[in-house]
Design a protein around this ligand. Structure first.
Ligand SMILES: [Zn+2]
Ligand SMILES: [Zn+2]
Length: 522
């Protein structure tokens, strides 16, 4: 969502921006789920992809392309980067032991092994982690292991060949990259984490393992191996751009002027600040490196249970049963955990929707438009929005925040503009001015000025809301006869509200029954 908000801002500014994202389809969880369901992993992964893609659409995320990683295009990118890394001497060949089920006649990567946790002794351990105590595990540590596919314990450990990326050989160049690019608004947390990991010394990291679902390793002797999901998932940024446009992808990825801005959660940072740049650097293919890493902290909640993968709890789908996407977009961006974890509460959501969106912004717009309609003699023909000192000041503040990727501050600027409008409402009382203006020319002049200022503010709110609440932005701007996608240039326009139509509210309050619905997820 923050990436979508930022992208919409770049479009408003008139940049040549593309917004690329997608589903990372490989990995053991999907293969295991597919084996259990008795379907091809590809079918299941594509099903999930379509579910997620359509949910993003509902939330008004306007990707240039939302693709996926299991495509021919991505495979070509993965193979070419791998081949260059191999030829350039950054790939280490080694031997490991991997579990093998003698009944299913297949290798068992992490989650395919289950058993007893060596720490808490619960029967909830998997080859990568214990679900009960949360500790990370290696497959060989699991006690009384059994195969997650057949449930039997006929498991042996076999010697396998595997490949690792020699991050140690690329360490100095990665460090150089971080030192150069961190000034482009990286958070201190992401820089510290990265530099401290580099200081400890980077070690080779596995890029292959023996399982079925994934891109087969194009090297003799590795017929049973596929690339590790992390390796082809990050390259998916390039592969998905290629999937979008086979002709233009290089214009962005192999262009020294491109600024690659990446949005991610803090649990994903080192993949984007260390592994991914190391792969790009080591390939020597001239791909752009991340310009900005926009890391976010976690949104946590004590009152509501969020669900990520199990379908239970509050998730992207169930959230739509409570309020419409615009409300979630605005509320979540108001709570955006930009620098520290932030807390989500049901009261907090209702507070943002009712006190800020409805009372401050929506009511102001509604009142200004209604007053203008009933006092049309005070509404000038062409109100120059750019002449309003409040609009000018707030727009500058808003753009400065966006340019520094401080999105929470940017949404705060929109609220501040509404505060200014509400302040004018209560100090100038335009409805009183309107009454007096009828027989006093001096007051009429003053009233016209006040109406112009309020109308300019209302129009500007309509423009500035666009990255956060595109639907409400369109609804508000439609009262000014604007149907086009908003741009910052529109803040220089001369406008007049359409006084023929009855102004409708752009936001509604959350009802008690909507607030009650959230309790279901307590
Ligand atoms: Zn445990
Ligand atoms: Zn088995």
């Amino acid at each position: 969502m923050p990436a979508d908000v930022y992208y919409k801002y770049l479009k408003m500014r008139g940049d040549d921006a593309i917004f690329i994202c997608g589903s990372d389809q490989h990995g053991t969880p999907i293969e295991l789920a597919a084996v259990k369901k008795g379907v091809e992993p590809r079918i299941l992964a594509d099903e999930m992809h379509h579910v997620v893609k359509s949910l993003f659409e509902k939330y008004e995320c306007t990707f240039t392309h939302y693709g996926k990683t299991h495509t021919d295009e991505n495979k070509e990118v993965v193979y070419s980067v791998f081949n260059e890394l191999f030829n350039n001497g950054y790939i280490l060949e080694k031997e490991d032991m991997q579990a093998y089920c003698n009944i299913d006649k297949r290798f068992l990567p992490d989650r395919f092994i289950q058993g007893t946790c060596p720490y808490c002794h619960k029967r909830s351990a998997r080859g990568d982690q214990c679900d009960s105590c949360g500790r990370l595990l290696e497959p060989a540590q699991v006690l009384d292991p059994f195969c997650a596919v057949c449930g039997k314990s006929d498991i042996s450990f076999r010697k396998v060949k595997s490949l690792a990326l020699e991050l140690d050989k690329l360490q100095n160049e990665v460090k150089e990259f971080v030192k150069n690019n961190q000034k482009h608004n990286w958070s201190r947390d992401s820089v510290n984490k990265t530099l401290s990991m580099i200081k400890e010394g980077l070690k080779p990291r596995d890029i292959t393992r023996n399982m079925r679902w994934g891109f087969q390793v194009p090297l003799a002797g590795y017929e049973d191996a596929v690339f590790y999901v992390w390796f082809d998932a990050v390259l998916g940024y390039i592969g998905i751009t290629k999937e979008w446009n086979a002709k233009r992808w290089r214009d962005y990825w192999q262009n020294e002027h491109t600024q690659l801005v990446q949005f991610l959660g803090k649990d994903n940072t080192i993949f984007h600040t260390i592994m991914w740049p190391a792969m790009l650097i080591g390939s020597r293919l001239g791909f752009v490196l991340p310009y900005t890493i926009k890391e976010s902290q976690f949104l946590v909640s004590k009152t509501v249970k969020f669900s990520k993968s199990h379908g239970i709890g509050l998730n992207m789908k169930t959230a739509l049963e409570i309020v419409d996407p615009d409300y979630w977009r605005f509320a979540l961006m108001s709570m955006y955990p930009e620098n520290a974890d932030s807390e989500f509460t049901d009261k907090g959501l209702a507070e943002v929707v009712n006190a800020i969106m409805n009372d401050k912004i929506g009511n102001l717009a509604q009142r200004v438009l209604k007053l203008s309609k009933s006092n049309s003699f005070l509404v000038e023909d062409k109100i120059p929005v750019g002449d309003s000192p409040s609009v000018k000041k707030i727009t500058k503040e808003y753009c400065d925040s966006f340019d520094r990727l401080q999105l929470k501050k940017a949404i705060g600027s929109v609220v501040r503009l509404a505060d200014i409008g509400n302040g004018i409402m209560s100090s100038k009382e335009p409805w009183v001015l309107a009454k007096k203006a009828k027989d006093d020319e001096r007051i009429e002049k003053q009233a016209k000025k006040t109406f112009s200022e309020l109308i300019a503010i209302t129009y500007a709110i309509g423009v500035l809301l666009y990255p956060f609440t595109p639907k409400a932005s369109a609804a508000l701007l439609s009262f000014f006869g604007v149907r086009a996608e908003p741009t910052l240039k529109m803040l220089e326009d001369k406008v007049r509200p359409d006084l023929d139509n009855e102004p409708k509210p752009i936001f509604q309050k959350m009802t008690n029954s909507e607030i009650e619905k959230l309790k279901k997820y307590a």
